[in-house]
Design a protein around this ligand. Structure first.
Ligand SMILES: NC(=O)c1ccc[n+]([C@@H]2O[C@H](COP(=O)([O-])OP(=O)(O)OC[C@H]3O[C@@H](n4cnc5c(N)ncnc54)[C@H](OP(=O)(O)O)[C@@H]3O)[C@@H](O)[C@H]2O)c1
Length: 259
C-alpha cells in the first residue's frame, strides 16, 4: 500500500484552479490524508460549488474552512476550527496556494496594484505561518524519534512561480512583464527562506514550489499543463522532499529553480 503523504493538510484557495485539483488528487490518492482542510474565502458562493460537491462526497475527510488569507480575523477563526477538528493532534502540512495576479507593465502598475498583490501573495502566507505555527510544532513533536524533516511530519509549501526567479528573469520578462506578480512572488521566496531558517529548530520544512504554467483562470487556456498533470507532479515532489529541500524553490518535476 502506498504510504500516506501526511495525516492532515490545509490547502488555501482551494475552491478552483490548482487548489481544487490539489484537494481532489489528495482525497483520491490510494492512501489519502485523514483530514483535509480546504480553505476558501467564500464557501457558500457560486465559485465554491465544485469544492462543496467534492467535500460532500468525502465528508469524513474534507472540511471546508472559511479562510480569507488577507484577513487576520478569518485566519484566527480558521486556526481555531482546525485545532478543534484535530482534537489535540498537530497539523502536518500547509499549502499556501491562494494567490492573485494583476498582469501589468510598468505603465499599468500603480501603488494599488502593487499593494493588493503583495497583500495576498506575501502578507497572507506570512500571517498563516504565524497563526498556524503552534499546530505545525505540535505535529513535528509527534515524531520524537525522527530527526528528518518531511511533509509527512511538518511543513509549509508556498506556491511560487518561475516568474519569481531573479536569475531567470531575462529569459521570460518580455513575454510576461507582470510587475506586481513577479515582485510579490520574489518576496514570497524570501519569506520561504526566512521561515525555513526560523522553523529549522522546530523541525518544520519550508519550501517554495512552482506548479508549471497551468490551465486555470490565472494561467489561461494557452498554458501547456492541465491542472491534473501539474498536481500529479507536485504531489510526487511534496511526498519526496526532505530537509535538503527546505528553503529552496523546486518545480513540479522536482527540478531546482535558482533564486
Ligand atoms: N496557473 C499558473 O500557470 C500558475 C503558475 C505559477 C504559479 N501559480 C500559482 O498557483 C497558485 C494558484 O493559482 P491558480 O492558477 O489556481 O489561480 P486561480 O485559478 O486564479 O485561483 C486562485 C485561487 O486563490 C484564491 N484566492 C485569491 N485570493 C484569496 C484570498 N485573499 N483568500 C483566499 N483565497 C484567495 C481564489 O479564490 P476566489 O475564487 O475566492 O477568488 C482561487 O481559489 C497561485 O499562488 C499562483 O500564483 C499559478
Amino acid at each position: 500500500m502506498a504510504s500516506r503523504i501526511c495525516d492532515s493538510v490545509l490547502v488555501t484557495g482551494s475552491n478552483r484552479g490548482i487548489g481544487l485539483e490539489l484537494v481532489r488528487q489528495l482525497v483520491d490518492s490510494p492512501s489519502p490524508p485523514v483530514q483535509i482542510f480546504a480553505g476558501c474565502r467564500d464557501p457558500n458562493g457560486p465559485r465554491s460549488q465544485a469544492l462543496q460537491e467534492l467535500a460532500q462526497k468525502h465528508r469524513d475527510v474534507i472540511t471546508v474552512v472559511q479562510l480569507d488569507t488577507t484577513s487576520p480575523t478569518s485566519i484566527a477563526e480558521a486556526s481555531k476550527l482546525v485545532d478543534t477538528k484535530l482534537k489535540g493532534r498537530g497539523l502536518n502540512l500547509i499549502i499556501n496556494n491562494a494567490g492573485v495576479n494583476i498582469p501589468g507593465s510598468l505603465a499599468e502598475t500603480g501603488i494599488q496594484e502593487m499593494v493588493d498583490v503583495y497583500t495576498t501573495n506575501v502578507v497572507g502566507p506570512m500571517l498563516i505561518a504565524k497563526d498556524f505555527h503552534p499546530l505545525l510544532c505540535k505535529a513535528a513533536a509527534q515524531f520524537p524519534h525522527q530527526t528528518n524533516m518531511s511533509c509527512n511530519r511538518s511543513a509549509i509549501i508556498n506556491v511560487s512561480t518561475l516568474l519569481s526567479s531573479i536569475t531567470r528573469c531575462p529569459e521570460n520578462f518580455s513575454v510576461s512583464p507582470m510587475y506586481p506578480y513577479r515582485v510579490s512572488k520574489a518576496a514570497l521566496n524570501m519569506l520561504t527562506r526566512c521561515l525555513a531558517e526560523d522553523f529549522k529548530k522546530d523541525s518544520i520544512l519550508v519550501m517554495s514550489l512552482h506548479p508549471g504554467w497551468v490551465q486555470t483562470e490565472m494561467g489561461g487556456p494557452k498554458a501547456p499543463l492541465t491542472t491534473a498533470e501539474s498536481i500529479s507532479g507536485l504531489i510526487k515532489v511534496i511526498a519526496s522532499c526532505t530537509e535538503k529541500d527546505s528553503g529552496t524553490l523546486l518545480d513540479w518535476e522536482g527540478k531546482n529553480i535558482p533564486w
